[in-house]
Ligand binder design. Structure first.
Ligand code: DAS
Length: 333
């Protein structure tokens, strides 16, 4: 009995062809992307949905939350899995949002392409076929949202785009891929505990969260401007284990009294520290100031997590507690 797969397109290079100005622009609908697949006929029956046709930097969090709501509905109506294609630039963020919101056992797989649909070396069809194979494999159930690209299978929590032009641009640093497609077969190497899903009730835009990166000599002017700019949360990628300049700490303390402030690390590998250093601007000082540690989440994903929690809870204390719980869990497995 073929697996019922919902194939969703949001656009991206995989759906792009050369436009009037000579460069690639989004143009193709899901039907043409999922139309000519060379998979075993009895593997999957695919139903397509062209949700959007945009370049992925222009996607919004409310749009992805709406897609998550529709996926939940479609899975409840009998689909066995989902394959979603979009641009690779923000693909890791879409995958993480879906992973935070969906708690279905059914596989939800995100993929895309680094070469346009009409390129002689188009990688979209192979990525789509691999994604469908993974979506149709019983071992993929219960693993949360996965990214399949260049025959690698990545967990949404860890995967990042790390190369601007490679056809294998995704890495899960510190963990490696959760699995691979080998000889056309799905092979998993590890499994991690899923985090509790977040009960967001509406896809309406939530309270904005700023993402800042610390650099040498940076001062506190941007931090002090955030409330008047309408931000209701902040994530700061600090140096090393999550550290800031001493001179920034009065502003951090003040800001943490007004909104959830998270410190992550600008390092691509390793978690933030929680109890090693105690100097002004260190993790112990940041925690004393009321800031929250990002655990194993990178700044980009800590921002999405905080944004979704601000959409789910009105009460600031509930937001802080829910964030702290997930950040601690992220360090535990
Ligand atoms: N960077 C292109 C891509 O890889 C465009 C985009 O992300 O939409 O799909």
């Amino acid at each position: 009995m073929p697996y019922r797969i919902l194939a969703i397109s949001l656009g991206g290079t995989i759906a792009m062809t050369s436009g009037a100005r000579g460069g690639l622009t989004p143009s193709l609908a899901a039907d043409s992307l999922f139309g000519q697949l060379s998979l075993p006929g009895d593997l999957a029956s695919v139903e397509t949905w062209t949700a959007l046709t945009v370049a992925s930097p222009s996607l919004t969090i409310p749009q992805i939350v709406s897609v998550a709501f529709e996926i939940r509905k479609r899975l409840a109506s009998g689909f066995d899995g989902v394959v979603l294609v979009q641009g690779t630039d923000t693909l890791e963020e879409t995958a993480f949002i879906l992973d935070c919101l969906l708690d279905d056992q059914a596989p939800v797989i995100v993929t895309g392409a680094m070469r346009g649909a009409r390129s002689s070396s188009a990688d979209g069809p192979a990525n789509i076929e691999a994604a469908i194979r993974v979506a149709c494999d019983p071992q993929s159930r219960g693993r949360g949202t996965l990214v399949v690209f260049d025959d690698e299978i990545h967990a949404a929590r860890y995967v990042r785009k790390v190369h601007t032009i490679s056809v294998s641009p995704f890495r899960s640093w510190g963990r490696g891929p959760m699995g691979r497609i080998v000889d056309g077969k799905v092979r998993y190497c590890w499994r991690n505990e899923r985090l509790p899903s977040i009960a967001v009730a509406s896809a309406e835009a939530g309270r904005p969260v700023a993402l800042l990166k610390f650099a040498l000599g940076q001062d506190d002017r941007i931090l002090r401007a955030l409330p008047d700019l309408g931000y209701r949360g902040a994530v700061i990628e600090g140096a090393g284990g999550g550290h800031l300049a001493e001179a920034m700490m009065p502003a951090v303390r003040e800001l943490a009294g007004a909104m959830p402030v998270v410190f992550a690390s600008r390092c691509p590998l390793g978690p933030v520290l929680r109890s090693t250093y105690a100097y002004a601007g260190s993790e112990i000082d940041l925690l004393d100031s009321g800031a929250l540690h990002a655990g194993d989440f990178c700044g980009i994903k800590a921002r999405l997590l905080l944004t979704l929690l601000l959409m789910a809870f009105d009460d600031a204390a509930a937001v802080r507690a829910a964030f702290r719980h997930r950040a601690d869990l992220s360090l535990a497995n």
